[in-house]
Design a protein around this ligand. Structure first.
Ligand SMILES: *[C@@H]1O[C@H](CO)[C@@H](O)[C@H](O)[C@H]1NC(C)=O
Ligand SMILES: *[C@@H]1O[C@H](CO)[C@@H](O)[C@H](O)[C@H]1NC(C)=O
Ligand SMILES: *[C@@H]1O[C@H](CO)[C@@H](O)[C@H](O)[C@H]1NC(C)=O
Ligand SMILES: *[C@@H]1O[C@H](CO)[C@@H](O)[C@H](O)[C@H]1NC(C)=O
Length: 279
């Protein structure tokens, strides 16, 4: 026998029954309001948590991390796997177009590019199409020679606080990039700046709006030059809203023997993950 329903439907309520009924109603109201309050708090907690913790996940807060990778470069893959397990990151390897894929290469414009540069252009462009297909909102794109600042996760967490919501591109690594206007200063050493003319494509992130724009603006049928140059031109024209981190968080890994003289400092990390892991 359900005592609550019998109380509520009883035709002649005694004084104590009436009190009981009011008491039950008050309790229901009380429980409901606690529940609503909980929902509200939960929601705001979620939002805060999201803002705080996104960058600490296995894709540095982006939806996905792709590495453009030629599958015969097993040495590069091995180094990257070690880095990913040390830094706790998930890499997804995207098959690069090779300079030997003559058939594919011949279908696109040349703009004085050699086969290697053309293959690089198409690898990036085909990846943009995949990003659209998958519906990702933000993706970090790396090339397979990438080396990482050891505390990249902590720095990116800081950088997120400065990154405007309307970003199209974010360069974590670049070559010959000037130092543009400062945007915030959340991190003690690494700072976010507006991009000037960032060359190289070894480490940049794209938002959904960014990748849509790149698909239209750097069509490989009518290239303006190499892929990094073509992207920099549309950034300089202000058709793409781009930011660069200085000093870089990701550089192109070079064996000790490859490194030459004064460019050393310019292209080096403060604390290289590859070197830390004994490479
Ligand atoms: C990291 O956070 C982003 C943003 O919330 C999310 O899209 C991505 O799937 C997360 N990565 C992992 C590996 O959970
Ligand atoms: C990251 O590491 C560099 C070099 O060790 C250091 O100068 C910088 O303060 C660190 N940044 C953060 C956010 O931990
Ligand atoms: C890009 O910007 C330039 C000038 O900054 C403008 O003339 C051009 O039409 C723009 N291109 C597109 C596709 O929006
Ligand atoms: C790099 O970071 C590691 C781990 O925090 C530390 O042990 C090492 O001394 C650092 N090296 C340099 C050159 O700062």
């Amino acid at each position: 026998m359900n005592s609550v329903s019998s109380l509520i439907t009883a035709p002649n309520l005694s004084q104590s029954n009436r009190q009981m009924k009011i008491y039950i109603r008050l309790q229901i109201i009380f429980i409901l309001s606690i529940f609503c309050l909980q929902l509200l708090l939960d929601n705001s907690n979620d939002l805060n948590l999201q803002k705080q913790f996104i960058p600490f996940n296995r894709t540095l807060g982006f939806n996905h991390i792709y590495i453009i990778h030629l599958k015969n470069r097993i040495d590069r893959r091995e180094r990257l796997e070690e880095i990913s397990s040390y830094l706790g990151l998930d890499f997804d390897y995207f098959p690069a177009i090779s300079k030997n894929d003559k058939q594919i290469l011949s279908r696109y414009g040349s703009a004085d590019m050699n086969l290697q540069q053309k293959a690089c252009y198409l690898s990036h462009y085909f990846l943009y199409k995949q990003i659209i297909d998958k519906g990702y909102n933000s993706v970090l794109i790396l090339e397979d020679d990438a080396d990482f600042e050891l505390n990249i996760t902590a720095v990116i967490a800081d950088i997120y606080r400065d990154l405007p919501a309307s970003w199209d591109m974010l360069y974590l690594g670049h070559c010959f990039e000037g130092i543009g206007e400062l945007v915030g200063k959340s991190s003690p050493v690494h700072r976010l700046h507006k991009s000037m003319f960032p060359m190289c494509t070894h480490a940049y992130a794209v938002s959904y709006s960014g990748v849509r724009k790149l698909i239209d603006l750097i069509d490989p049928v009518i290239p303006r030059g190499t892929v990094d140059y073509s992207i920099s031109v549309v950034i300089e024209e202000k058709n793409v809203s781009s930011y660069s981190i200085h000093p870089q968080l990701i550089v192109q890994w070079k064996d000790h023997s490859d490194i030459s003289g004064s460019l050393d400092l310019f292209f080096n990390l403060l604390n290289s993950t590859s070197r830390f892991l004994g490479y």
